[in-house]
Each structure stands twice: as C-alpha cells, then as structure tokens.
Design a protein. Structure first.
Length: 247
C-alpha cells in the first residue's frame, strides 16, 4: 500500500502545473531599504523584464504581470521605487510621492537602474532586457528611454507621457511601445504631440497604440475604468513586442 501511495504521489507531482510564486528581494539605495519581488525562475539565464508599478507601489496588477511573464519564459523583477516606510496609503499620498519622482526624474532613473541590476543578478541575460510600466511606472519606462539605459525596449502602459519643456529631446536607442487609452484626460493633445515629436527627434523605433473607449487605468481589473477587451489586446501587444525584441 505504501508503494502504491508513493507511486501515485510521484505521478501527481509530475503532472501538476508548475507552482508559481514571487520571491522577495531586499536591496538598498544608500540608507534606504528597498523590497522588490522576483519570479521563481531565477538563475536560469533567460530574457528579463523589469516591471515598474503604478503610483501606489507594488500592486496586484504588477504581480499578475510578473507571473504571466514567467509563464512566457521571462525572469521578471518588480521594482520598489519608494522604499520601506514610504508606501502611500491613499491617492493623496500617492500623488505626492509620485510627483516627487516625476519632478526629480534623475532620482527616479537612479531607482530604476538599481532595480535593473537586481534583475541581472537574478539571471536575466544582460543584452535581453526590457522594461514595462503601468501609470507612474509607464512614466518610468519612458525615463529609461530618455536616460539611454542599456535595455532592448520599453513599454509604457497608460503612463504619463509628458516631460518638462526645458528638457531637450535626445537620441533614443531602446525600441518603444506606448499603450495609450483614448480617454485618458492626463494625456492632452499637446502632450501627445510632444511625445511623438520626441520619438521622431530621437530617431526611435517606436509604436504608439491608442485603445478606444478606455480611461486611464483601463488594464487594471480592480479599476472602474477597466476595459477587458482593450486590456487583453494591450497585453497581447506587449507580449508580441517582447517576443520580437528579446528572442
């Protein structure tokens, strides 16, 4: 009987779906402790994707994206931009701290660069790395582009597209995908035109997709603006872009 039970257990273990989880990673920016999350396929020398979360910090949408990317064969790392003790409790505090990093963009770029190093330490192939970001994180993806960080591409998902007018346009080396909801009131025609001009001036390989009938947080199932059809299309566009630039 014991042998039968062991045989059945072995059969079940080999046929069960791969158990996914996200593992905590602590790292530092000087005295500030940061707490990211990484997929469980570390150390396997795979393409990597850095995920920059929305303005309230690491959330369910970022975690779901990481697990889905692991299924696709990527090591995914979710960055902690704010650090321990600085996670916003509400929209007002989120707006304040996100605004700090949008204004002090070099500090934002620095925190992203630290997270990229953690992704590489997790086993991501250094010349096969992309960055995706949601909302505030979508702004961060464009800051990766503007900083010329050594990544193959960036995806800005309902991100803030603007930058201060006194910042000059520069050369753009990463390939760029912007997923923009048509009804996002934060993206004015002036901001839209300015980012297109920035991409053209930078001689970028770029694509900007606008999703109909979609408010700002259209990809987040927990948002009242969630548009299931457009969110599904946006995710497929993301996967197609990553497949092209990282495989």
């Amino acid at each position: 009987m014991k042998n039968i039970c062991l045989t059945l257990f072995a059969m079940i273990s080999t046929t069960m779906p791969y158990a996914q989880n996200l593992n905590p990673v602590s790292y530092n920016d000087g005295d500030q402790q940061l707490h990211g999350l990484v997929t469980s396929n570390t150390g396997k020398s795979l393409p990597g994707v850095l995920i920059l979360p929305a303005w309230k910090g690491i959330d369910k949408e970022a975690k779901t994206a990481a697990l889905e990317l692991e299924k696709e064969g990527y090591i995914a790392f979710i960055a902690d931009i704010y650090g321990e003790g600085n996670i916003p409790a509400d929209n007002a505090s989120a707006a304040e701290i996100a605004g700090y990093y949008k204004t002090r963009y070099k500090a934002y770029q620095h925190r992203i660069a630290l997270a990229l190093e953690q992704l590489k330490k997790a086993g991501a192939v250094p010349d096969k790395i992309a960055v995706i970001g949601y909302c505030f994180g979508g702004t961060g993806a464009l800051e990766v582009m503007r900083a010329g960080m050594p990544v193959q591409g960036v995806v800005s998902i309902h991100g803030g597209l603007g930058k201060d007018s006194d910042r000059p346009n520069g050369a753009i080396s990463p390939r760029v995908l912007i997923e923009n909801p048509a009804e996002d009131k934060s993206v004015t025609p002036e901001i839209y035109d300015a980012v297109v001009r920035e991409l053209k001036d930078g001689k970028a390989d770029w694509q900007l997709i606008t999703y109909a009938n979609s408010g700002h947080t259209f990809t987040n199932p927990e948002s009242p603006e969630y548009n299931e059809l457009m969110a599904r299309r946006a995710w497929q566009h993301t996967l197609m872009f990553l497949e092209e630039i990282l495989r």
